[in-house]
Design a protein around this ligand. Structure first.
Ligand code: BGC
Length: 921
């Protein structure tokens, strides 16, 4: 047995952690059946070598009897700031044999906000706009919609001299806006759009970078480029800009700490000594795009040896000055200190946005004066274009679109987001343009201004998103279903940009709670979203008001009103999901007060237990088609669900009294629901698919009416020729509820449907991501209204959870957390002949898959990590036929028969076969 994938606070070797008692985890793998951890020991030390020397250890947990390696709290001495801690885990297996130990490390950040104020105090610096107003932005950038002038980003520099080489150096930095730090001519780190987006009034994240190797004896230069970003740029569809969001101008805050051999320390911080100057980026905005005039580059501005001519305005001094902007002289000048107080700074707790892959062009259509590039995939990021041998001053323009309309870019659905990047060439043999502080959602790019035909090799798309580790895979015998999984994955990538956004392309890109909560289960199949969501939950909680109401979006922006049903319930669903999927009790604890306050808010305003008042901007079953689920049915069902979740959470947190109170409330809501909405024949008011799905999925029906209600649901689907009507409130329940109630055949019919409305229809029409609406484009009506028609929304992709959970068969029992007790229910069906899924769970790798031959033999493979067990339901109507390697399954090691083709499996890898008369292919 081997421990692997060691993490601290759910991250691999994080730098700059601001958590007093970080939680340590590891996963386990083993070839052996029945492998389990019987005990562990954690030791920690200041140096890796000290781990071997007992008397030099900082912490030794001693041998702890436990089967779990999940989120074990640091119990060593109080952590010091800016300190690296090495830790090792030793584990013993079920026979008491020790395994090979595994090592990891983490490093604390500044830990206390006062650290920013310590000697060499760091203050916020920005442009001195009073004495040096920024030059007017260029006027030749084809601005179409935006009216507000976009100022150039800040180029900031600070020179300092080192007499000695430091042995260790860390840069702690952040911005009002989005920034890239520079040190001695190179970029620091690989974060994009740092510091990310949080509820800035409550929390602003700082980043930590190890810059030891970039420093030298002699002159050094620390710099930064800071653009408006979420702080001061265009955000959402709110026309108010600037100031109305967070502030009206970007600013930078940094503390570079250097440690020397003799134990002494020195800091270089943002202060009045910094200089601010011009650079090639004339403006950059996340929605509008970026304009780069490469002629305005100031060579060497961020490196030692740069001659600053700020104070000398004479033509002689101007000559040869590399700092000219647009032919005019311009130099670096003193910054303004814009704020003395650091603000609510916290260390970045999850993986930042990064460029994670490069996608090449699949084709380039060169027409007169313009080229249209197809990347073959609707994605999120930016274009990287190599420009060859054009004259200085040549202006090249990039426009972006998700889709083409008769060969031209379809940009109407971007609304006010211009998504135009401009490059003015310097006139060199080869120049590379890649905007830095903007991102777009696109599959196609139009390039104009090149005096030659663009070669496909000269253009790529850089894909960027929050770099959550990818953990899941699903595959099956049907290419359309595989394309659906791919569309779901790309939707997740593209919309995981610091916050879970609804869409990445138009003037919106907001953290809508409903979209996120409906998709959360699917998201955690594909990737480890534990740290990402745990951070966002804080934004959700920050948005809650004194009455207990959440907001529809987090961070709160554009719309600041009490949340609608389903939207606000995201504040309950997501912390609970983090507990279920990852065992994150700390986030559940943190969120519990807010979860409860939300339910109390609904209850207070709806004492008759039907949620009809204070429903915010009640969106209903958003984007349903050809159906109208009554709002009160939907909201009351969700009131019940959230109340039940609060009861379960109270139980987990060791408060049975509170649990009992909410269980009672839940029983009352359920009764009220039945009384108001359920007919004696099992019809649910509204008689829509979503009405049945909510009632069945949330357990709101009297037992004797369950089958009848499921029958009404199936009848509605069949009457429509196996077509759905759900919007994104019902859609995530559709296939799971059908399967649960014995109608997997209907779920598969929906999966394989390719007539409108269906997932297959979008795929048949070229979708490479999940569309916002079923009718985003149809043969009968063309494009839906451009006012709301994104081709990259993840919510309708929430079927992904069912692909993993029922088609491949990976799930967990209701009482299990973090997949401690797997529920493996591979479900052959539809036109599939095989399917398989795998997931790196918090405990280790889980896999399940099946294949079916023409004779009706079904083979199931499964992997259960050490420490977990599984209940496997073999898909067969002949339980006696289940064998492994020719022997009856029940006689195999690690297997216990539970009857009816159900087996309990210990950790290990299994391959079972069975005969089935029902499942012939
Ligand atoms: C967003 C959604 C969101 C909705 C609220 C839309 O503009 O794109 O996905 O949940 O508004 O109804």
């Amino acid at each position: 047995m081997t421990p692997y994938a060691l993490t601290t606070e759910q991250r691999t070797t994080p730098l700059g952690l601001d958590v007093a008692r970080p939680r340590l985890s590891w996963k386990l793998r083993s070839e052996e059946r029945g492998a389990a951890q019987s005990a562990y020991q954690i030791v920690a030390a200041a140096q890796a070598g000290d781990l071997d020397v007992p008397e030099r250890r900082l912490w030794d947990s001693g041998k702890v009897e436990s089967s779990s390696g999940l989120l074990i709290e640091w119990d060593g001495p109080e952590l010091a700031p800016s300190t690296r801690y090495h830790w090792r885990v030793l584990v013993w297996d079920q026979a008491g044999e020790p395994a090979t130990p595994a090592d990891s490390l983490f490093e604390t950040g500044l830990l206390r906000p006062e650290a920013w104020q310590a000697a060499g105090r760091a203050v916020w610096i920005g442009r001195d706009s009073v004495n040096h107003p920024p030059m007017d932005p260029p006027t030749d950038h084809d601005r179409t919609v935006a009216t507000h002038a976009l100022p150039p980003p800040l180029y900031l520099r600070r020179s300092f001299v080192l007499e000695r080489q430091p042995v260790r150096a860390r840069l702690y930095s952040t911005a009002h806006g989005i920034y890239q730090a520079r040190l001695n001519g190179s970029r620091v780190g690989d974060s994009e759009l740092a510091p990310g987006w949080t509820e800035y009034r409550h929390r602003l994240q700082y980043q930590t970078h190890d810059v030891t190797a970039s420093l030298q004896v002699g002159e050094n230069v620390l710099g930064a480029v800071v653009a408006d970003g979420w702080w001061a740029g265009y955000v959402g569809f709110d026309p108010r800009k600037p100031a109305a969001h967070y502030g009206d101008a970007p600013a930078f805050l940094a503390r570079l700490v250097l440690w020397f051999e003799d134990g002494s320390q020195r800091s270089v911080t943002t202060d009045g000594e910094w200089m601010e100057g011009p650079g090639p980026i004339q403006f950059s905005d996340m929605l509008m795009g970026e304009y780069v005039d490469a002629q305005a580059q100031v060579p060497g501005w961020d490196a030692p040896g740069f001659v600053d001519v700020t104070e000398d305005d004479s033509p002689e001094a101007s000559e040869g000055n590399p700092g000219g902007w647009g032919g005019r002289r311009s130099g670096f000048r003193a910054v303004a200190v814009v704020d003395e107080t650091p603000g609510p700074l916290v260390a970045e707790p999850d993986e930042p946005v990064r460029v994670t892959r490069t996608v090449g062009a699949v084709s380039v259509e060169n027409a007169t004066e313009k080229s249209i590039v197809d990347f073959g995939q609707n994605l999120v990021g930016r274009v990287r274009l190599t420009v060859r041998g054009v004259a200085a001053g040549t202006r090249i323009r990039l426009r972006h679109a998700e889709i083409l309309d008769q060969g031209e870019l379809y940009v109407a659905n971007l609304r006010r987001a211009e998504a135009i990047d401009t490059y003015v060439a310097r006139g060199e043999a080869e120049e590379v343009f890649e905007p830095q502080f903007t991102f777009h959602g696109f599959r196609f790019a139009e390039v104009t201004g090149l005096p030659y035909e663009l070669d496909a090799g000269d253009v790529q798309a850089q894909v960027l998103h929050s770099d959550t580790p990818w953990t899941g895979s699903f595959e099956c015998s049907d290419s359309t279903v595989n394309q659906l999984q791919s569309n779901i994955e790309w939707g997740q990538r593209g919309n995981w940009v610091s916050v879970p956004t609804d869409c990445p392309q138009r003037d919106e890109r907001l953290g809508w709670l409903a979209d996120a909560q409906i998709f959360a289960a699917t998201a955690s199949r594909n990737a480890d979203v534990s740290a990402f969501f745990a951070r966002w939950v804080l934004d959700v909680l920050d948005g809650q008001d004194d009455e207990g109401a959440f907001r529809d979006i987090a961070p709160v922006m554009s719309i600041n009103r009490q949340a609608a049903p389903v939207w606000g319930d995201g504040g309950v669903v997501i912390p609970w999901h983090l507990w279920r999927a990852y065992g994150d009790q700390r986030t559940l604890e943190r969120a519990f007060g807010g979860m409860r306050a939300w339910v109390d808010f609904i209850h207070r305003n709806n004492p008759d237990l039907l949620w009809r008042k204070r429903t915010g901007n009640s969106y209903g079953d958003w984007l349903q088609v050809d159906a109208w689920t009554p709002r009160a049915v939907l909201s009351t069902a969700w009131f019940a669900k959230s109340t039940e979740t609060v009861a379960e959470a109270a139980e987990v947190l060791g408060d049975p009294e509170t649990a009992q109170k909410y269980r009672q409330l839940h029983a009352g809501i359920r009764e009220a629901f039945i009384e108001a909405f359920v007919g004696p024949d099992g019809t649910v008011h509204g008689d829509t698919q979503t009405a049945y799905l909510l009632a069945l999925g949330f357990g709101l029906l009297p037992e004797h009416l369950v089958a009848a209600a499921a029958g009404h649901l199936v009848a509605d689907l069949k009457a429509r020729g196996n077509r759905l009507t759900t919007g994104f409130v019902g859609v995530n329940l559709l296939c799971p509820v059908l399967t649960e109630h014995g109608h997997a055949d209907v779920a598969y019919a929906l999966l394989h449907q390719d007539e409108y409305p269906s997932w297959g229809y979008s795929i048949r029409n070229g979708a490479t991501t999940i569309w916002e609406r079923w009718d985003g484009w149809t043969e009968h009506a063309g494009f839906q209204s451009a006012s709301m028609n994104s081709f990259n929304h993840y919510s309708l992709g929430s079927i992904g959870d069912w692909l993993f959970g029922r088609v491949a068969g990976i799930d967990q029992t209701p009482a299990s957390t973090a997949y401690s007790e797997l529920l493996l229910r591979p479900t052959p069906g539809g036109r599939l002949t095989w399917a398989k899924g795998s997931q790196e769970t918090a405990r280790g790798r889980v896999a399940c898959g099946w294949s079916l031959d023409q004779a009706g033999t079904v083979t199931v493979t499964a992997s259960v990590p050490p420490g977990s067990t599984a209940v496997l339901q073999m898909p067969t109507d002949d339980p006696s036929s289940v064998t492994e390697g020719g022997d009856p399954a029940a006689t195999r090691p690690g297997v216990e028969a539970l009857g009816n083709a159900h087996f309990r499996l210990a950790a290990g890898t299994y391959e079972f076969t069975a005969r089935s008369t029902a499942l012939r292919h």
